[in-house]
Ligand binder design. Sequence first.
Ligand SMILES: NC(=O)c1ccc[n+]([C@@H]2O[C@H](COP(=O)([O-])OP(=O)(O)OC[C@H]3O[C@@H](n4cnc5c(N)ncnc54)[C@H](O)[C@@H]3O)[C@@H](O)[C@H]2O)c1
Length: 358
Amino acid sequence: MHSIIANDYELEIGSILDSSFASLLDKYSDVKKIIVSDDNTSEHCVPFLISNYDGLAEAEVVILPAGEENKSLAIVANVWELLTEYGLGRHDLIINVGGGVVTDMGGFIASCYKRGMQFINIPTSLLSMVDASIGGKTGVNLDHYKNQIGVFNDPEAVYIDPIFLSTLESNELLSGYAEMIKHGLIHSTDLFNKVIEQLDIPFELELELLKESIQVKNEVVKRDPLEGGERKILNFGHTIGHVIEGFMLGSEGMTHGHAVGIGMVFEAYLSTKKGKLSQEEFKTIESAILDVFPVPTFSNDDIQSMTALLTNDKKNKGGKILCCLLEKIGECTFDHEISEQEVTEVFLHYKNQQINLN
Ligand SMILES: NC(=O)c1ccc[n+]([C@@H]2O[C@H](COP(=O)([O-])OP(=O)(O)OC[C@H]3O[C@@H](n4cnc5c(N)ncnc54)[C@H](O)[C@@H]3O)[C@@H](O)[C@H]2O)c1
């Protein structure tokens, strides 16, 4: 068991059965407990927890409809009504068991219900383990705008146990690797190379690599919990990634990691265009990422719709679109202004490449 202090809460990585979860449940023995899960984690992950912890025997299990398209205020309102029916008080406990959608929504549900109650995150997707469940960002989407409504609020504890990854579908596992690639790109060449090598054997993830990736996020968040400055580098790939993901919500959908993967290539392209990242490093990033996360065929209308979404990005300031750029592999800087025109150009660059290829 590897225990890290993340701001004021406990972050433990390894078998949950060896963690402090049992003693934490003892601490909450006299309060109601609600497990927030989704269609998949209620089946694959919650039974394991209930069968191993007597303290969860009486817990109510809330099952959210799985998927990004359900990360909405309407679903959150349904859950608040359900919690009221259960007679949940502000001293009771919410335990989120799921991927990033569940930890983001469950955290938000807990943070606003009766002006805030305690919650624990037990992430079950790789993406949620390395990224979404830690750092205190909670929230929901508003139409096509990603995470437009939300609050910063830390959980009481986070328990990260790779055992849950065994039932995750392969595209969802790969999605988590996108955030691990990002941690490499903003932190060090060594970590980037290790993650890229691991992509050849994605189901054999080393615990040490998982810990290293989590540490990158945790250290940045500890230094800048409310994203006043440095934390913005964790958004690398997300300015463009979020508009792709938000746009795709209206059609066949795309995993968060796939959209961020493309976003990272596009933002790396802009980094090179703006004289920062070298051509050679850009090519390394481009081939490693596009190999796993190909760019779909977008029409000109699609591209126009996506660039229009950019103007409402949370990271914008004073009407300007702000973005992170790479200086080199392992060094990212933030608050760079980019124009709609530049983003359109990068989309067209990849669209034309596809036409050439076909
Ligand atoms: N709060 C943050 O800092 C932060 C950071 C990154 C991403 N996010 C958010 O996280 C979300 C993406 O997270 P995600 O990729 O985990 O998506 P997700 O929660 O939708 O999970 C992906 C799919 O995997 C299923 N699943 C999860 N665990 C499983 C398991 N153990 N076995 C079988 N199926 C399982 C889910 O039911 C879902 O169908 C996005 O909404 C994104 O905005 C938040």
